[in-house]
Design a protein around this ligand. Structure first.
Ligand code: GDD
Ligand code: MN
Length: 366
């Protein structure tokens, strides 16, 4: 018996509610990649429409098709990372599962990599042969342009379409950069390019097609994620994406606090200490709920866990306030610069609140 040889190219296709698109994806890939040993790995986040089951039905009749079904996790970048990590082929590609990416450029991407003059080939909407007219609304196109410009500033790489979710690269290089990637975002390509400086990048144009079945999962949260990712890369990965959100929400909490304080002081017979305590509680509560919706939306607390989380959050923040005052007073005793002591104390409590909440309030659900 001859042992079947492994694929030379793994195509990772992240899916969420794409059941109706799967058979056509496989058909088109098969047609496009004739002559290349390929395999497809669908990475599905337990879609309610049963995408994973549909993928496995296809897989039963075709050994080149596999499916990873992830339970209790959501996220495009994380899905792509896991799919690529499951590959042992020399080359890997990531392509959407909604037929918007043009699979017909895959062989040219493959040739560029095999020729050895590029480590990463990006399918681009913004070079010759590329376009996005059909697949984009005007609002979406202008958002995409702004994000592209921001990424250009941060990434310092010649990349016309850093937002692309369509690319192919050497698998050994991906394995190297994988530990530095952020799994919570939507923009895995921008992350790879920022995290692995010096990659030789080539681009090939393609026409971004219209989606015909299912719907887009891009929402406001995706934009937020992207901003967080860019800030994280600007600080060379030292500042976690979640911390950026946590700190920004802390600033909104300050505004909430001041408004609440002003209103409480306007009430008859309310002393300052009471008004300040009330404003503090309101600000903490608002921080908690906004963080739950934004910073931790991938592990959002619900039901009883929400109220338990709120109590633990109050506790963490109260201790944070004590630490804040302690550190600030200590610095003030060394050096009488009041604003420096104030800033260090406040910064210290943000770091404290973040670290402890991350662990005790929003620890990963098992
Ligand atoms: N596993 C998994 N988990 N897959 C997901 C998730 C998720 O949480 N969210 C989206 N997907 C899958 C979709 O099923 C689809 O196959 C692909 O990821 C892209 O998602 P869309 O919802 O179709 O995104 P889009 O068309 O708005 O975004 C496209 O354009 C962006 C550039 O503007 C994609 O090509 C992105 O990759 C690209 O960055
Ligand atoms: Mn799409």
């Amino acid at each position: 018996m001859t042992i079947p040889t492994p694929a030379s190219l793994t195509l990772v296709v992240p899916t969420f509610n794409e059941r109706e698109n799967l058979p056509e994806v496989v058909r088109r890939v098969e047609a496009a990649l004739a002559g290349i040993d390929w395999e497809i790995v669908f990475v599905d986040d337990n879609s309610p429409d049963g995408t994973a089951f549909a993928a496995k039905v296809i897989a039963q009749g075709d050994a080149r098709v596999r499916c990873i079904r992830r339970i209790g996790r959501r996220g495009l970048a994380g899905a792509c990372i896991e799919g690529v990590l499951s590959s042992s082929a020399p080359y890997v590609a990531v392509m959407d599962g909604d037929l918007q990416h043009d699979e017909r450029i895959l062989p040219r991407m493959f040739d560029r990599l095999r020729a050895g003059d590029a480590d990463l080939v990006v399918g681009s909407r913004y070079v010759a042969g590329g376009g996005a007219a059909a697949g984009f609304s005007e609002a979406r196109a202008s958002l995409s342009r702004s994000a592209t410009q921001l990424a250009g500033l941060v990434l310092r790489a010649e990349l016309s379409d850093p937002m692309s979710g369509f690319f192919m690269m050497r698998r050994d290089l991906f394995d190297k950069v994988a530990p530095r990637l952020t799994s919570s975002g939507f923009k895995i390509l921008a992350d790879i390019v920022a995290s692995a400086p010096g990659l030789r990048i080539a681009e090939i144009g393609y026409e971004f097609r219209e989606r015909t079945a299912g719907e887009s999962k891009l929402d406001a949260g995706v934009g937020l994620d992207f901003l967080g990712l860019m800030l994280n890369k600007l600080t060379r990965g030292v500042v976690p994406v979640r911390f950026v959100f946590f700190a920004a929400i802390g600033c909104t909490g300050l505004a909430v606090h001041l408004i609440a304080l002003r209103l409480a002081l306007a009430l008859p017979e309310v002393g300052f200490a009471f008004a300040q305590s009330l404003a503090t509680a309101i600000a903490m509560t608002s921080n908690f709920f906004i963080n739950n919706l934004v910073t931790y939306r991938d592990r959002k607390l619900k039901g009883l866990g929400l109220w338990r989380g709120l109590l633990v959050f109050y506790l963490v923040c109260s201790l944070g306030a004590v630490a804040n005052v302690g550190v600030a007073s200590w610095i003030y005793s060394l050096d009488r610069t009041w604003w420096l002591a104030g800033i260090v104390g406040a910064a210290m409590s943000v770091v404290w609140n973040y670290s402890l909440s991350n662990f005790f309030v929003w620890r990963r659900a098992e």
